[in-house]
Design a protein around this ligand. Structure first.
Ligand code: GH3
Ligand code: MG
Ligand code: MG
Length: 312
């Protein structure tokens, strides 16, 4: 087969460049251009009359920044039939203050390009159309997702885990994790080749995603190792979910040549407890459960707690 790009592809349905004037389809966007690793690059479309910014999850824009107050500032948008009339910001008596372009403010009018600072986080205001919004969403995905599986990458999900541990330590909120390792994956590569192994990983990731709930966060943390964060979920619920994933994988066969490719998973499940010192210890506990599952002939889900671990 020749080079598919040898000839020019004719397509005259190209999008015309804008004339620079305000357009009806433009929306107001805030992009985080400095801040914690898990916030960096996120962008928010301001669709409401008021947008609350703060450290608490209940805010429209919730920032992972210890110097941001729980309710830090509020952005208001006034629209009329002609479009956007005014955008303004109000500091909500925050501990460390709100800054616009380096100046401390109580209340201020905002324009495209303005930089809002709360704690160590800087948000930049812009007007953007559909193409620009897609561009930013893609950039964020490139930075946060694993290219092969489309799940979150190790850096992103470990960061999320840090955030969940911090919130759980402070507010006592429940959450659990599942650590998954595909069984005998090396054999898939050895028998069918690396490309078939890659295809299995891709389909496997889709299967995991479809087995979870919308709020669950799944990431690839190793070649054939995956971590799932289950917000607001105690150990029983986490076990149920892990067993569902295990069963779905057990039933799944990737169509390949005449035989197909089939394997299983082992998983360790663990609920966050106050006694857990840091993310490393939490992952170690889950890893111990995973190790027990592997020892017990694989295709198993095991749970473990800090106390079990203490017993050895
Ligand atoms: P166990 O049941 O004990 O987990 O055995 P295993 O074979 O799954 O584990 P092992 O650690 O021995 O091998 C993991 C294999 O995963 C080896 C490595 O080449 C393969 N692998 C890691 N990343 C990728 C990848 O991106 N694509 C493919 N095709 N294979 C990968
Ligand atoms: Mg492994
Ligand atoms: Mg494995």
């Amino acid at each position: 087969m020749g080079d598919p790009y040898e000839e020019t592809i004719c397509d005259r349905k190209l999008i015309l460049p804008s004339d620079g004037g305000p357009k009806a389809e433009q929306s107001i966007v805030l992009t985080i251009i400095a801040g914690s690793e898990s916030d960096f690059g996120k962008h928010f479309v301001l669709e409401r009359k008021r947008t609350a910014v703060g450290r608490e999850k209940a805010n429209d824009i919730a920032l992972n920044d210890g110097k941001v107050s729980k309710a830090h500032c509020e952005i208001s948008v006034i629209r009329s039939g002609r479009g956007i009339e005014q955008i303004s910001i109000l500091d909500l008596d925050s501990t460390n203050g709100t800054y616009v372009n380096g100046e401390t403010i109580i209340q201020a009018t905002l324009r495209a390009g303005d930089k809002i600072q709360a704690g160590d986080t800087i948000l930049q205001l812009s007007y953007s159309d559909e193409i620009e919004r897609e561009y930013h969403a893609k950039l964020f995905d490139f930075a946060a997702r694993d290219a092969l599986t489309g799940l979150y990458n190790k850096r992103f999900i470990y960061n999320e885990l840090e955030n969940y541990c911090r919130i759980a330590r402070r507010s006592g909120r429940t959450f659990s994790i599942i650590l998954i390792d595909i069984d005998d994956f090396k054999q898939i590569n050895d028998h069918h080749g690396h490309l078939a192994g890659d295809e299995y990983l891709k389909q496997f990731a889709a299967l995991v995603r479809n087995s979870l709930r919308e709020q669950d966060i799944a990431g690839r943390v190793g070649g054939e190792e995956f971590l799932v964060i289950l917000p607001e979920t105690a150990i029983e619920g986490a076990l149920q979910l892990a067993v569902r994933v295990r069963k779905n994988v057990e039933e799944f066969v990737l169509p390949y040549k005449s035989s197909g490719i089939h394997t299983t998973i082992s998983a360790g499940v663990c609920q966050y407890e106050k006694g857990i010192r840091d993310v490393k210890e939490f992952l170690d506990v889950a890893d111990q459960a995973l190790y027990e599952a592997k020892k017990a002939e694989k295709n198993k889900v095991m749970r473990v707690s800090l106390a079990d671990r203490g017993d050895g």
